[in-house]
Design a protein around this ligand. Sequence first.
Ligand code: RB5
Length: 143
Amino acid sequence: MIAIGSDHGGYGLKQEIIGYLEENDLEYKDYGTYTPDSCDYPVYAKKVAKAILSGECDKGILICGTGIGISITANKFKGIRAALCHDCFSAQATREHNDANIVAMGARVVGPGLAIKIVDTFLNTEFSGDERHINRIRQMEED
Ligand code: RB5
């Protein structure tokens, strides 16, 4: 199950990505925002982060204007690894190396065509499972 959320800055792109998820029969939960009216990105970052930490969803997609505020907020949660990606190389690498569980994007940075490719890459790339990456991820979670 994929969790998706955005603020007003990411609302239009979120709807485009939902179209891609539906076309590909991918199960998702939309945590809002549900209108283009101005709202606060931390609300949606927290909803998606909590959905992953509770086990309700296994991966997440977060979008705001830049992708920055929404990814910073999500990364405040221990166990969340939200990667801000505006290219497919990063989306692939962050799955393989960081086992990222959220991809974040800025709707004012990337167009829908590239954003969908980034999501597709993120969802279809497995974590490498390499010992060195496991060790580094463990260190991330330590104080
Ligand atoms: C909203 O105007 C904008 O600040 C937000 O979408 C995001 O870019 C914040 O990081």
